[in-house]
Design a protein around this ligand. Structure first.
Ligand code: ADP
Ligand code: ZN
Length: 645
């Protein structure tokens, strides 16, 4: 998408409305005069150096004897100046050195070196007899004071100039600053038709699509709505996890309605230079109104729209944020009802938004963009495999079934990875194996290529078997899909368990099962070796997090009850020690977390001790095969494979 000089991106409407204009002169700016001043000074600097600097002419180094002495004898030397043994001077006319070399540039400036043993009295006599002017200082100091000053200040002025340039460029959002003419021609070449996105490109989130089709309708024929006295929404808030397709959806709305599409991330309003956020907002809205019907898409709205209550800041960054936010609200309040401009905001944390944003006439419609269900995932895969030749054995339904929790962006990525993998394997078509291998790589990370010692391999095999076996033996745990002791990323091994269906909520039993599975690896090491290693760090982090949330946020501890002890914001209170709950409650939270984990630890230890034989056979199988998929793992442990429901 072309980028406007205001810093936002634009997908113009098919008839060109909203195309960034490049021919208009840059708006006058208060720094412009200063900038011209700097350029002027630099110009003077350059000119005076040209005119006054003696070094503009070449200074040739000549041998003292015979060349220098010869020229003195011939009366060709006008003046010299000495500094120690060094002699610099001027000839009475331009001379070449070497004298018979046609290629040498003639010059009046020369320098030479007086040998230490030379008879100075003889030289003095010679110079005097030829009327040579003798100075004891360097000739360069004879340059004018003005030149000196300009030479001295030149670099400083240059630096100042560069800073001003950078500031201007970043204010223009990396767009068309003083030197920013480069991007222009490129931006103009974009064909509006080519970058259109329509509802056909959006799959698997039909509810959101349905809710937005009214907006499309309005943008297409605003008169119809206005005639009946209706007021169309000014703003729609799209909320949903990252990658669920909020940006895509907004672009599709613009595409369907043939509206110009302006897009900017809220954080970009307040980038780089303080005080420009509000004016940028003004510019953007002015542009959009000009191009109406138009969509303004503001991504990451929470970056500026975060609730103002209780957010204390000492940095002053808040003022900037508030001014920008206020400007957005003012602009939205000022929309005329017949103006077909709609602001679509996106956030993945709607709950922390300032209530002022959600009032009537502002972002008063909310569209939740949910992660796709199994059917939706299949549709999304279809969209992203439209231009990929698929082999007959590819079953997108099966892939969709094995990817619960994945969102549109993940699936787009998966399709792309599979195509790349097939290309690397020199295939004409993408096969199912390319998909499953890519999926494994995406879910588990790519192999690291380190070789473990036998001892580490065995320990890792026990660790992963521990996770897996606890998962298999705990009724509420997610079924085990894959175990591997091939090091990937930071991990030495992985155990992957995913639910059969998409989960929207978890019961206390589910969460306790998760804690147990996370403990399984470490406890297996305890049971087998009786020693601890550092390998369980991320397991411990994960299970602590679950336990703390169970107690502090989800009301799953009887002692604390349904009270939110932990702040929803993971960053916690700004000032340490300003918690909303008493120290007693905090202590109780810690105790309850400890109790939960301790109980789980006892249970898991008993479970693995009782099933030591299963742990051993599973470990042996894993050691031999390095990677086991679900069915093989259940078989190796002597358990019946989990039946997908
Ligand atoms: P968000 O704005 O919610 O973070 P994006 O709209 O940027 O997500 O999604 C990133 C990419 O993922 C899109 O460009 C598209 O290729 C793909 N994608 C996401 N959701 C969908 C969907 N529902 N249908 C098709 N593709 C999708
Ligand atoms: Zn582990």
């Amino acid at each position: 998408m072309p980028r406007d000089k205001g810093g936002w991106q634009v997908a113009p409407a098919p008839d060109g409305r909203g195309t960034p204009d490049h021919h208009k002169p840059a708006p006058p700016h208060r720094l412009r005069g200063f900038w011209l001043f700097v350029v002027g000074l630099l110009l003077i600097n350059w000119l005076s150096v040209l005119v006054l600097a003696p070094s503009a002419q070449l200074r040739v180094t000549v041998p003292f004897s015979p060349y220098f002495l010869e020229q003195v004898g011939a009366g060709h030397v006008k003046s010299i100046s000495t500094k120690g043994d060094e002699v610099e001077g001027t000839f009475t006319r331009k001379l070449r050195y070497p004298a018979n070399d046609r290629k040498a540039t003639p010059t009046t400036l020369f320098s030479s070196q007086v040998p230490a043993f030379w008879d100075n009295r003889e030289l003095t006599a010679l110079l005097r007899s030829k009327d040579v002017e003798v100075n004891a200082e360097s000739t360069t100091s004879s340059t004018s004071l003005l030149t000196e000053i300009l030479l001295g200040f030149g670099p400083t002025l240059l630096l100042v100039g560069v800073f001003v340039l950078i500031a201007r460029r970043s204010m223009a959002g990396g767009g068309m600053g003083a030197l920013g003419g480069f991007g222009q021609s490129k931006a103009r070449r974009v064909d509006p038709e080519k970058i259109r996105v329509t509802f056909d490109d959006v799959a698997g989130i039909d509810e959101a699509k349905a809710e937005l089709s009214e907006i499309v309708d309005f943008l297409r024929s605003p008169d119809r709505y206005v005639r009946l006295g209706g007021r169309m929404p000014h703003g729609v808030l799209l909320s949903g996890a990252p990658g669920t397709g909020k940006t895509l959806l907004a672009r599709a709305v613009a595409g369907e309605a043939h509206a110009a599409f302006f897009s900017i991330a809220a954080s970009e309003f307040i980038e780089a230079i303080v005080g420009v956020g509000a004016s940028r907002v003004r510019d953007l809205f002015a542009k959009a109104k000009q191009a109406a019907p138009a969509i303004i898409f503001i991504d990451e709205l929470d970056a500026i729209g975060r609730s103002r209550q209780g957010s204390a800041s000492v940095t002053g960054a808040n003022d900037e944020r508030e001014q920008t936010l206020d400007q957005i609200l003012t602009e939205m309040d000022g929309f005329e009802s017949e103006q077909a401009v709609i602001v679509l905001g996106a956030t993945n944390r709607p709950e922390i938004l300032d209530p002022a944003l959600l009032r009537a006439g502002r972002f008063d419609r909310r569209v939740a963009v949910q992660p796709p269900d199994r059917d939706g995932r299949e549709q999304i895969l279809k969209v992203h495999t439209r231009s990929i030749p698929l082999a007959a054995n590819v079953d997108l339904g099966v892939i969709a079934a094995s990817t619960p929790g994945m969102v549109g962006a993940d699936l787009a990525n998966l399709a792309n990875e599979a195509a790349l993998l097939a290309a690397r394997r020199d295939r004409d078509q993408v096969e199912m194996a390319d998909f499953t291998d890519s999926l494994e790589k995406l879910m588990l990370g790519s192999p690291r290529g380190t070789v473990l010692s036998d001892e580490d391999r065995e320990r890792t095999a026990y660790h992963e078997s521990g996770h897996a076996l606890v998962g298999m033996l705990t009724p509420d745990a997610d079924p085990v899909r894959k175990i591997s002791i091939i090091p990937r990323g930071m991990a030495l091994g992985v155990t992957l368990s995913t639910p059969d269906a998409d989960r929207v909520s978890y019961s206390r039993e589910d969460l306790e099962a998760k804690i147990r599975v996370a403990l399984g690896g470490r406890v297996a090491e305890e049971v087998v070796y009786g020693k601890l290693t550092t390998g369980a760090e991320s397991d411990i982090e994960q299970l602590t997090q679950i336990a703390r949330h169970m107690v502090g946020r989800w009301g799953m501890s009887d002692k604390i009850g349904p009270i939110a002890v932990l702040p929803s914001d993971a960053s916690g209170p700004f000032f340490p020690g300003t918690s909303e709950t008493s120290a007693d409650t905090q202590r109780l939270l810690d105790e309850e977390v400890r109790r939960l984990v301790d109980e789980a630890h006892t249970d898991v230890t008993r479970l693995l001790t009782e099933n030591r034989d299963k742990l051993n056979t599973l470990m042996q199988a894993l050691l031999a095969a390095e990677t086991l998929d679900g069915a093989d793992a259940y078989a190796a442990a002597g358990l019946t494979a989990h039946q997908p429901t």
